[in-house]
Design a protein around this ligand. Structure first.
Ligand SMILES: [Zn+2]
Length: 184
């Protein structure tokens, strides 16, 4: 039977408080002296109950799937909201740097496509917009984002330009369009 701790007498409490340090010391010593035995018992217990724990873990994982997604979604929404404020303070009315189309931040069809213009050597590789969802707005992340020097493009212009080998692609494209080599 487990004793109700609230029903312990005052004298017991005084005794416990007085010997608190001794008890701690004793427990430490006991653990040290029986180290191997304790770790063996832990291992045995783990192996005997492994399936139960795995099942319980799996169940928890699936039972809380929605909650987890909700949490992640909330986290991304909060991060993007902060990034949006930052981006708007820098450039309140962004336009595609190639065709001039007016764009919005984080907006699928009319959204900005942050363009990799350093041959794919940027520290933020794929999809900077979703990167901002996963990374909170702070000094380090702002520095990282700014160091990538992303271009601002609409979806169409972004689709035309390859990330890697862009300059040689443009040379060939211009030669094709103008029917002569006009870039040295
Ligand atoms: Zn464009």
């Amino acid at each position: 039977m487990i004793k109700d701790p609230t029903k312990r007498s005052a004298s017991q409490k005084i005794y416990r408080d007085k010997h608190k340090e001794d008890a701690k010391e004793y427990a430490k010593k006991y653990k040290f002296l029986h180290k191997e035995e304790i770790s063996r018992k832990h291992k045995e217990y783990y192996l005997a109950n492994k399936e139960k724990w795995v099942k319980r873990g799996n169940r928890y994982y699936w039972d809380n799937k929605e909650k987890r997604f909700e949490y992640i979604r909330g986290y991304c929404v909060r991060n993007r909201k902060n990034w949006l404020e930052y981006l708007l303070s820098k450039n309140p009315s962004p336009k595609c740097e190639v065709c001039g189309k007016e764009l919005k931040y984080f907006d699928g069809k009319d959204g900005i496509h942050f363009d990799h213009r350093e041959n794919g050597n940027e520290s933020i590789q794929h999809h900077p917009s979703s990167w901002m969802g996963r990374h909170p707005l702070n000094k380090n992340n702002i520095e990282k984002f700014e160091s990538c020097n992303f271009g601002i493009l609409c979806i169409r212009c972004n689709r035309i330009l390859p990330t890697i080998g862009r300059q040689s692609f443009m040379r060939r494209l211009i030669k094709y369009v103008f029917k002569k080599d006009i870039i040295l």
